[in-house]
Design a protein around this ligand. Structure first.
Ligand code: 1CP
Length: 356
């Protein structure tokens, strides 16, 4: 039976206040992939359960989501799942291979293959994510806000064509020139599924949303503006429209377009509340580019987590000083990597909170 009790009152809302440009008690900090392989308790649980079983079983997804919060004084939680649950809901098989990452054994090779996708009712095959979100809101007891997320259209299209991660994305990039009309169809199909999916997450209790355009790094600026930006805009516009019409909470949204530091101005004009930066972007330049009315998130180099504690502390403090206390959420510039020492997370979180 569905839990319909009201959610516990939020005690630490610094993340949401930072996203809305309100005054914070302390700079909020969380870490992309904060639940994951660098945690021994995650490794332990993964020995017993397949990756997508964890995603599909709300009790397990909540347990993993909770793991980093037990160890570190973080200001946000992010529901445990993966961006590739949308391709699964669209009818593709996705397997998680140890040491390799996601593998899609029957990728989309030609425009003809798009007929294999099953967009009708796709969101109804993702209700397990909503169930995990609702359960997690109760288990959090209002400690910190819960973030929901999705992959963005270009990034998802890439995995679906390449059949997994790719260093060059050469097949998907070939579509942009060889099949521009089918590319538009594909990206629009994904955009529709994403809007449904995000609306469902808000209904389930997500208090903030993040859109991961992780494969933006493969596009030229011109391609990013043509093949990513219009769909990112549509996601934001249609979601706001739906949430407003249905009197659902207008939760803050973050856009993380990795490798698209060349287009921060354009990103800042899409309506997202927060723009996440990868580590190649200079905080001072980013602020000058986007102006004062948008929140920035980031952007420590994940490799800095392998430095000595003193060095990491200094780098983190310097970063927070550059961004400042208003309209800022501290994070890494991409996901935390599997060999990161646990102590580095402790140093990072403490240094952020003490910096200002
Ligand atoms: O075996 C394992 O346990 C696999 C490791 C793992 C984990 C812990 C994968 C495989 N996904 C995840 C969880 C995950 N994925 C989260 C959980 C919430 C959190 O704590 O942050 C999130 C937000 C994601 C999102 C995700 N998956 C992205 C976008 C963010 C990013 O890193 O750019 C991408 C690109 C993926 C695909 C994916 N899933 C897993 C891997 C190893 C990858 C990347 C593969 C590649 O292309 O190299």
């Amino acid at each position: 039976m569905k839990d319909t009790k009201p959610f516990p009152v939020l005690k630490n809302d610094n993340l949401l206040r930072a996203a809305r440009g309100e005054v914070v008690d302390r700079v909020p900090v969380w870490v992309m992939r904060q639940a994951g392989r660098y945690l021994p308790e995650f490794q332990e649980l993964r020995k017993q359960h397949d990756f997508f079983t964890v995603c599909r079983t709300p009790e397990l997804a909540c347990e993993v989501t909770m793991q980093p919060l037990r160890r570190f004084d973080l200001d946000a939680s992010i529901i445990f799942s993966d961006i590739l649950v949308i391709p699964q809901a669209l009818g593709l098989t996705v397997e998680m291979h140890a040491g390799v990452g996601p593998v899609l054994p029957q990728p989309i090779n030609t425009p003809e293959d798009l007929k294999r996708l099953t967009p009708d009712g796709a969101v109804s095959r993702l209700t397990y994510v909503g169930d995990a979100i609702t359960m997690m809101r109760h288990k959090l007891e209002g400690k910190v806000p819960l973030i929901g997320f999705t992959g963005a259209p270009w990034t998802l299209m890439g995995y679906m064509i390449e059949g997994g991660g790719s260093k060059t994305m050469s097949k998907s990039k070939a579509w942009l020139t060889d099949h521009p009309e089918d590319t538009r169809l594909f990206l629009n199909l994904l955009t529709d599924a994403i809007v449904d999916y995000l609306e469902m997450q808000v209904k389930a209790g997500a208090q903030m949303l993040q859109v991961f355009e992780s494969s933006a790094e493969h596009l030229t600026k011109e391609q990013f503006l043509l093949w990513a930006v219009p769909y990112l805009r549509r996601i934001r516009d249609e979601l706001v429209d739906r949430l407003t019409k249905k009197a659902l909470p207008l939760v803050p949204m973050t856009l993380f377009a990795k490798g698209a530091g060349h287009s921060l101005k354009e990103q800042s004009e899409l309506g997202y509340d927060v723009i996440a930066l990868d580590w190649t972007v200079d905080p001072i330049e980013a602020r000058a580019t986007v102006g004062p009315n948008i929140t920035l998130m980031g952007n420590l180099d994940p490799q800095d987590m392998y430095r000595e504690a003193d060095e990491l502390r200094t780098l983190t403090t310097e970063m927070v000083h550059k961004f400042g206390k208003s309209r800022y959420i501290a994070n890494l510039g991409h996901g935390i990597t599997p060999q990161t020492p646990i102590t580095s997370m402790e140093v990072l979180v403490e240094a952020v909170h003490k910096a200002l």
